[in-house]
Design a protein around this ligand. Structure first.
Ligand SMILES: [Zn+2]
Ligand SMILES: [Zn+2]
Length: 127
């Protein structure tokens, strides 16, 4: 009897492990799905991800490097995606922004090119 109870507990533990992951950057325990059940692959707090999917070949990647959020891309549909770069192998990936992602970091990445233009802004003053 007690043996059965023990087995059931370890099953529940395994299920819990599959649906959460620890953020490779800030250590936050992240649920692998959002509150409305949408799967996610990056930390909603710091937006870092981990290189566990091989986006070129498909399937799991052996890399497991940390992926830093480097930019925002806006699709034709208006949806935002976070561009990640793997710190270990430099692979670039993009993943959809989720509703509970850190909006301050998202906005900071979105305006960064405007804050640091590769040409002098004074040019606009004389137009
Ligand atoms: Zn994090
Ligand atoms: Zn990698």
């Amino acid at each position: 009897m007690s043996h059965h109870t023990g087995a059931r507990q370890s099953d529940a533990h395994n299920t819990l492990k599959l649906t959460t992951f620890a953020c490779a950057w800030c250590g936050l325990t992240v649920s692998a799905t959002t509150a409305d059940g949408v799967p996610r692959d990056h930390c909603p707090s710091c937006l870092h991800s981990q290189h566990v999917t091989d986006h070129v070949e498909g399937g799991p990647s052996p890399c497991h490097g940390r992926m830093s959020p480097i930019a925002i891309a806006v699709l034709r549909t208006g949806d935002w995606r976070v561009i990640h770069r793997c710190v270990r192998c430099d692979e670039l990936t993009s993943s959809p922004v989720r509703t509970d992602d850190n909006q301050l970091i998202l906005m900071r990445m979105a305006v960064r090119p405007l804050a640091q233009p590769p040409f002098p802004l004074e040019a606009f003053g004389s137009l």
